[in-house]
Design a protein around this ligand. Structure first.
Ligand SMILES: *[C@@H]1O[C@H](CO)[C@@H](O)[C@H](O)[C@H]1NC(C)=O
Ligand SMILES: *[C@@H]1O[C@H](CO)[C@@H](O)[C@H](O)[C@H]1NC(C)=O
Ligand SMILES: *[C@@H]1O[C@H](CO)[C@@H](O)[C@H](O)[C@H]1NC(C)=O
Ligand SMILES: *[C@@H]1O[C@H](CO)[C@@H](O)[C@H](O)[C@H]1NC(C)=O
Ligand SMILES: *[C@@H]1O[C@H](CO)[C@@H](O)[C@H](O)[C@H]1NC(C)=O
Length: 927
């Protein structure tokens, strides 16, 4: 509510004579009467008093009596005095009458003054309303004009062609031809239209066995892959509509049959007739994807599983390829599946800090004596090893750890695999060393190999532990998914000949870049490599990405209303005390933010960012906080639809500002998202205060209590739609439910007891429009280093000149982050929020700062938003703070670092505190 006193402003500076002429005349008359009456009476009375006084006085002292009285006898005198006393009495009573009349008149004046005041306010109010209506009408006219101009029919989706047959038979290409397969020559695009949604069919691994007798696909892989694909929205059961067909081939393991028969080959291979007999093989295996995943970080088998057979036009997905066998842009290199089936993986990762660890560089491995390499290259390798050994003794303060002979090597595994290098140490011992390594050396396998399981497994391990991989021979190899992932941001590729420059190079890399690379490593590892689920999703997504088919839209949470046919809310129209006297913008009917406008252009224009930066390449979102802006002249040169430039583009001060949204984005509205728990009156008051708020699309209340609202509740009619949504259970995480009835990109998240003025809300909205990827809001908080323990963070809400969080009890944020809160945040964080019934706002700040690497934006002077008369909210007590300290430290552990960033500025409106000419208005009166 407006509290004018707080700004030292007085109400009613302008008198409006003409309109109040009649009233004023009365007032004038009354004033005259009031002034004259006391004067008269005073004069009259004082005369009489003087007379009487003289008389009584003289009665006691004959000496001084005037002649007139001396001549009178006593009786006459008495009569005279009585006469005078009577006069005095009557005058006095007359006087009393007049006094009471005066009082009455005064009271009347006061009431008139009051009604003047009220009328004046009413006038201002009506004028504001009129202004608002005028602007609203103007805006509606512009919108209508736009709608008419837009009179082009919406593009219709092209008809999706479905083949008659599942896969008609075609001739197998010659082996030479299939060796040269590329997407354009071997892939059937007609099965994968742009709008198909990229359906994927999986051959049931138990039903279709395509390995030679005696071999079986690894059981764990079989079940987890099926399960993971089940969670992938592209999976289809209809082979007719499928775009690609997945065949699981490896990892191949010997089965019980092979133990009894000695005939089994020591190397597994594919049964080519079984392959040919796959139901939809279609003669040449086009659009088939052969998955030869490996689950162990060592290649148990040497040789090529596909050596003896022709895989036709099928795409091969595995970790080991020779230069000869790899068909660039067609086959896919993946990492071995080393992780759990799915779920939270953060526990596996090492902390990101400190940037520099105990060892600058480590290596554990052994060069194989019988490696099938040329003498020439062996010499280079020998030189490399000699150089590395010399590094150990250079007397630098940098620590190295190199193990070239594996005392620890597992005898079964150490000397198999196609590469020159064998593995050293057990998984656990390597993990210990990697945790202490800033960089870790990985040798490229032999020169004929473009990738091996071992190489990719070493990479996987290094990324997990945050040791930055330095691939020696990096120019010879290719890493997993390199058609979409920018590996240079996480890995150092170095030709072997550069070995002498290695130490120098590593020394020059500053902490910032080390941490940047480590953060990128972790992003890649967590999103694309960590679990069976991420591997499956990534394989499907890369193939889809190749074809420029957009991902499927992200799931929203269906909003179920607490109301139903039998239980309807009662609406009342309550006028709100102290309504706004500032015209802040047009009142318009709700309109949704445009959504899914970039279905087909997003991958084309920002595909790489989606994979490597802020994005989620697995799902399509209605809009992204980072969607591009038009240049400011475009809106006047053909792209102006929806834009509401200030003063039609001329600009202007407060008046023009209040009439148009301006800015770099088309017009839009915001949704108020309220989480409430059993504080009905507080909630209703909060909603009522939103009445008449410009740019408000709708109000969504998440009813966090199992008890439905009481039937007698009178819901305020605020002129915008109100949705009251059932929450499945009482959880603070519900504050960020990605509900399907949130129709705007801008979401104002507020506590049910937050007191925000309209001008504050609208200013916050305008600022958010320029910082769409950040949290923009009012209550600032920060994370402070605990200087007593020197090892943890403290949550701090004191007034301070630096902040790092803006609480979501009163903040704007992009709807996109609600999805990410549920999809991207590890479950452990949401569990912690439920455990403490606290910290959801801290979690959101962590998430957004982690993605954007920017601090939130604080607007206006308000620091805190508790309502004065409300019952004590639960956030007051000490345990609340204790929990919040713990949350910050726990979340930092989950993220591997503390993503919060400090900021030292806040946003106020442009002409705030600027001296401006009388004929100009400020942008906002008070902020
Ligand atoms: C398999 O090999 C074992 C020993 O190597 C031999 O005793 C056995 O007779 C062989 N079985 C067959 C079916 O050849
Ligand atoms: C695929 O099979 C072959 C032969 O069994 C093997 O060499 C290769 O490493 C396997 N796995 C992967 C992931 O490449
Ligand atoms: C409507 O909602 C009320 C309160 O939640 C519930 O008691 C009632 O059973 C519901 N009626 C129907 C028809 O769903
Ligand atoms: C974009 O995708 C969304 C979600 O699938 C869909 O509703 C919309 O119609 C699509 N737009 C176009 C132009 O295809
Ligand atoms: C906040 O400030 C008060 C007064 O300066 C101080 O006593 C208190 O310890 C501070 N709280 C925190 C959490 O720093």
């Amino acid at each position: 509510m407006f509290k004018y006193s707080q700004y030292g402003e007085k109400r009613g500076e302008v008198w409006q004579w003409p309109t109040h002429m009649r009233l004023s005349r009365i007032v004038l008359m009354v004033l005259i009467i009031l002034i004259l009456t006391p004067l008269f009476t005073h004069f009259y009375l004082s005369n009489i008093e003087r007379n009487i006084g003289t008389i009584t006085h003289s009665a006691h002292s004959h000496v001084d009596l005037p002649d007139e009285f001396i001549e009178m006898n006593d009786a006459d005198l008495k009569v005279h005095i009585e006469e005078l006393l009577r006069i005095k009495g009557s005058v006095l009573s007359e006087l009393r009458d007049m006094e009471s009349k005066r009082q009455k008149l005064l009271a009347e004046i006061q009431s008139y003054m009051k009604s003047i005041e009220e009328l004046k306010q009413e006038l201002v109010h009506q004028q504001t309303n009129l202004n608002k209506l005028k602007i609203s009408v103007e805006q509606a006219q512009v919108a209508q004009r736009e709608a008419l101009e837009q009179n082009t029919p919406d593009l219709a989706l092209p008809i999706r062609l479905l083949p008659e047959n599942v896969m008609e038979e075609r001739l197998l290409p010659s082996t030479a031809e299939s060796k040269k397969c590329r997407m354009f020559s071997c892939f059937d695009h007609s099965r994968c239209s742009l709008t198909s949604g990229f359906p994927v069919y999986l051959y049931e691994p138990d039903e279709f066995r395509i390995l030679q007798k005696g071999w079986d696909v690894d059981g764990f892989l079989k079940t987890t892959l099926k399960q993971a694909l089940g969670y992938n929205p592209h999976l289809t059961n209809d082979p007719k509509e499928a775009c690609i067909y997945l065949v699981l081939i490896g990892e191949a393991l010997k089965n019980s049959e092979s133990v009894s028969s000695n005939s089994t080959d020591p190397v597994p291979s594919v049964d080519s007739t079984a392959l040919r007999k796959l139901k939809y093989w279609g003669g040449d295996g086009r659009n088939h994807v052969l998955l030869n995943l490996s689950r162990r970080d060592l290649t148990i088998h040497t040789g090529n599983i596909f050596k003896s057979i022709d895989t036709g036009r099928a795409i091969i997905v595995q970790s080991t390829f020779t230069y000869d066998s790899f068909r660039p842009g067609f086959d896919l290199i993946v990492t071995p599946v080393l992780g759990p089936p799915g779920g939270d993986v953060w526990q596996e990762c090492s902390a990101m800090l400190p940037a520099r660890r105990k060892y600058l560089l480590t290596f554990q491995g052994e060069m194989k004596s019988d490696s099938p390499t040329s003498v020439e290259r062996s010499e280079l390798d020998t030189f490399v090893i000699e150089h590395l050994k010399r590094l150990l003794n250079t007397g630098t303060s940098d620590k190295f750890l190199f193990e070239f002979g594996c005392s620890l090597a597992n005898e079964d595994n150490s000397n198999v695999g196609p590469e020159d290098w064998a593995l050293c140490g057990t998984d656990g011992s390597r993990k210990m060393i990697l945790k202490e390594s800033t960089f870790v050396l990985i040798f490229a396998p032999g020169s004929e190999l473009i990738s091996t399981s071992l190489l990719q497994a070493r990479l996987y391990e290094a990324l997990r532990s945050g040791a930055i991989p330095v691939i020696l021979g990096g120019d010879q190899i290719r890493l997993a998914y390199d058609e979409v992932l920018h590996w240079r941001r996480a890995v150092i590729f170095l030709p072997k000949a550069r070995i002498t420059e290695l130490h120098f190079l590593l020394r020059t890399i500053p902490d910032e870049d080390i941490l940047l690379m480590r953060r990128q490593s972790r992003l890649i590892w967590e999103k694309y490599l960590a679990s069976v689920q991420s591997t499956v999703d990534t394989i499907v997504a890369v193939l889809r990405d190749r074809l420029n088919i957009p991902p499927l839209p992200v799931d929203t949470v269906a909003a179920t209303s607490v109301f139903n046919e039998t239980f309807q809310p009662l609406f009342v129209s309550t006028p709100v005390e102290g309504e706004q006297e500032e015209s802040l913008g047009p009142i318009e009917p709700p309109f949704d933010s445009p959504s899914y406008r970039r279905n087909y252009s997003l991958i084309l224009t920002q595909g790489h960012e989606l994979w490597n930066d802020w994005g989620d390449p697995f799902r399509l979102y209605p809009a992204l906080p980072t969607d591009p802006w038009l240049p400011s002249d475009a809106k006047f040169m053909g792209s102006g639809r929806g834009f509401r430039p200030i003063g039609q583009g001329q600009g202007g001060a407060g008046k023009e500002f209040s009439e148009a949204l301006g800015g770099n984005q088309p017009r839009e509205q915001f949704t108020v998202l309220l989480l409430t728990y059993e504080r009905e009156q507080v909630l209703l008051d909060s909603i009522a205060r939103l009445r008449g708020l410009p740019y408000l699309h709708s109000v969504v209340v998440v009813w966090n209590s199992p008890k439905p609202p009481s039937a007698e509740l009178k819901w305020p009619d605020i002129g915008a739609p109100l949705h009251v949504v059932n929450a499945a259970r009482n959880s603070l995480n519900n504050r960020f439910l990605p509900l399907d009835n949130l129709k705007t990109e801008a979401v104002l998240s507020v506590d049910d007891d937050a007191h925000l003025r309209h001008d504050e809300i609208l200013f916050g909205f305008r600022v958010w429009r320029e910082h769409r990827h950040r949290i923009v809001g009012f209550p600032g908080r920060y994370h402070a280093w605990d200087i007593n323990t020197q090892n943890s963070w403290l949550y701090n809400s004191n007034y301070s000149c630096e902040l790092s969080m803006v609480l979501t009890g009163a903040a704007f944020l992009h709807r996109h982050y609600l999805h990410l809160y549920w999809k991207w945040l590890p479950q452990a964080i949401r569990d912690k929020v439920d455990e403490y019934m606290n910290c959801e706002d801290i979690a959101m700040n962590f998430l957004v700062s982690h993605i954007t690497r920017q601090p939130p934006v604080k607007v206006t002077s308000r620091w805190t938003f508790r309502c004065p008369g409300c019952p004590q909210s639960l956030s007051e007590d000490d345990t609340h703070f204790q929990e919040r300290h713990k949350c910050i430290n726990f979340f930092s552990q989950v993220f591997g670092y503390n993503p919060l960033l400090n900021t030292q500025y806040r946003a106020d409106s442009i002409l705030f505190k600027t001296r401006i000419p009388h004929d100009k208005q400020k942008c906002f009166k008070f902020i």
